[in-house]
Write a protein that binds this ligand. Structure first.
Ligand code: ATP
Ligand code: MG
Length: 137
């Protein structure tokens, strides 16, 4: 059993899509074992996305992630990291497969509705960024 960190991004919370996105996770067999709705500062978003610091879209990404509430969550299941990324679809909604969250809901490559950890090491780091072990049940 594996855990991954998921974020429902501001473009999705703004459009009241939290439940629709959570339904996709649950239909795929992922269990939401921790969840909270928070507003990140630009500085906090910058720390979370520090791996992208040198990328041209870093500043825009941090602004966007601080532009409204996000729902941070821990998803649990067999191969949760890969399964979540499959349900999310490609970064660019134009390239995302039919039925994926990004195909259905994302507005653009930047405002793409969800984040999901990409490997076991980053999942552990990202979960610890938002949650204590006691909050994950
Ligand atoms: P995430 O890490 O959010 O799950 P990802 O792994 O599919 O998405 P990354 O390459 O890690 O994509 O990029 C992180 C985030 O940065 C993307 O989800 C998107 O919001 C933003 N981003 C990536 N590429 C671009 C771009 N070319 N222009 C604007 N924003 C971008
Ligand atoms: Mg990524």
């Amino acid at each position: 059993i594996e855990r991954t960190l998921s974020i429902i991004k501001p473009d999705a919370t703004r459009r009241n899509l939290t439940g629709a996105i959570n339904a996709k996770f649950e239909a795929a067999g992922l269990r939401i074992v921790a969840q909270k709705r928070i507003r990140l500062t630009k500085e906090q978003a910058g720390r979370f996305y520090a791996v992208h610091k040198e990328r041209p879209f870093y500043d825009e990404l941090c602004e966007f992630m601080a532009s409204g509430p996000v729902v941070v969550q821990v998803l649990e299941g067999e191969n949760a990291i890969a399964k979540n990324r499959e349900v999310m679809g490609a970064t660019d909604p134009a390239e995302a497969a039919e039925g994926t969250i990004r195909k259905e809901f994302a507005l653009s490559k930047g405002e793409n509705s969800v984040h999901g950890s990409d490997a076991p090491e980053t999942a552990a780091q990202e979960i610890a960024f938002f949650f204590s072990e006691l909050e994950i049940v």
